[in-house]
Design a protein around this ligand. Structure first.
Ligand code: NAP
Length: 346
């Protein structure tokens, strides 16, 4: 059997749906699939939106949640050029997108509560093409933390933002899982990184990770504080997932002429693009997670720069998944929230 966490639909759309720990048959790998024994799984904001009934796209109830995991290959059905039994691996956080930089070639499903079954479970069978070797320098918790948020940050920064050495980059809401990866990756690329946060202590943590400074977006006229820190220089690229109307302030007052504003999320709600960004020749670019090719590039980048994902907290056992989700909702974390998957002696 395989213990798993599924999302059960409740009959009210005003309350949380239920997470339930269930026993499912252990999956049997089909041809060109491997069976992976999951060691740890990580949460993303997406699971919280799904639980609240606020995730717009293709939710399938009574299926396993979660997109991020690390595990060990325990069985191969067929010959794989890249994998063998005993390899420690991470899983692509979605299916349907091979390599087109513009967007998915096929129907795209993020793992968890969707057509692509999730990873909050003891065992998962997956196609060889969905499995990559985990960077060797990472712990299980760090490797589980990487896929969805790391891939989102990588694509937003490099494919969409074209960030490179010496660029001035602003990363908003630095307490977020994607935002912390964006900070680490941009620093590794040699960019001058600035951040925003609601919490001065998170700005201090960001500086420890290499940020040049940051402003508290809860304070009035925070954009003036930010521009003081940059010495008056405007920002070439903004990576944003949560600012809401704060995005309007950034596009109107902080972005340099011709600057790029990459948006990968809307935690803080909608915003409007008015006349200001147009006459500033600004570029708005939407961004989603990324392709398998970008996932491979992310893993290589993390290995090359020996980056360690920041894990805020680890719970022991799948039965703590709901508690971990409520922790995520409260937003006290700096970095990722991970659930270690336990296995009885077999
Ligand atoms: N497009 C995609 O493929 C994709 C992929 C991943 C995530 N997303 C979306 O991106 C968003 C962030 O995801 P995540 O997993 O990184 O979430 P998360 O870890 O839960 O991020 C929460 C953080 O957002 C920041 N925040 C909240 N309100 C803000 C505001 N008004 N202005 C600026 N920052 C604010 C806070 O930062 P401080 O604590 O520093 O204030 C908070 O800690 C979510 O909406 C998610 O659904 C999209």
């Amino acid at each position: 059997m395989s213990t798993a966490v599924i999302i059960e639909e409740t009959d009210s759309n005003t309350t949380f749906h239920n997470l339930k720990v269930v026993q499912l048959p252990r999956p049997v790998p089909k041809t060109n699939q491997a069976l992976v024994k999951i060691g740890a799984a990580a949460l993303n904001h997406r699971e919280y939106w799904i639980l609240r009934g606020q995730y717009g796209m293709n939710v399938e109830y009574n299926t396993i949640i979660g997109a991020d995991a690390v595990g060990t290959v325990v069985e191969l059905n067929g010959e794989s050029p890249n994998l063998k039994v005993g390899d420690r691996v991470v899983l692509t956080p979605a299916v349907g997108w091979e390599k087109d930089p513009r967007g998915p070639e096929k129907e795209y499903s993020i793992r968890g509560a969707s057509k692509a079954q999730g990873v909050f479970t003891q065992y998962r069978a997956l196609d060889f093409s969905e499995i990559f070797k985990a960077p060797a320098h990472l712990t299980d918790a760090e490797a589980a933390a990487l896929p969805l948020a790391g891939l989102t940050a990588y694509r937003a920064l490099f494919t969409k933002g074209h960030v490179s050495k010496g660029h001035n980059v602003l990363i908003t809401g630095i307490g977020g899982g994607v935002a912390v990866f964006a900070l680490q990756f941009a620093v590794a690329a040699g960019a001058n990184v600035y951040v925003t946060s609601s919490d001065d202590s998170k700005i201090a943590r960001a500086k420890e990770l290499g940020a040049k400074g940051g402003a508290n977006y809860r304070k009035a006229n925070w954009e003036d504080d930010l521009l003081k820190i940059t010495g008056g220089q405007k920002i070439g690229v903004t990576i944003d997932g949560a600012s809401g109307v704060g995005a309007e302030i950034i596009m109107n007052k902080v972005l340099a002429p011709g600057g790029i504003f990459v948006s990968y999320g809307q935690t803080g709600g909608d915003f409007t693009i008015g006349w200001g960004p147009i006459i500033n020749n600004a570029e708005f670019r939407g961004s989603t997670m990324g392709s398998n090719a970008e996932f491979e590039q992310t893993l290589k980048f993390v290995e090359k720069h020996q980056i360690h994902p920041i894990v805020s907290k680890v719970w022991q056992g799948l039965e703590h998944a709901e508690e971990a989700l409520h922790f995520l909702k409260n937003g006290a974390q700096f970095g990722k929230l991970v659930v270690a998957v336990q296995h009885d002696q077999e």
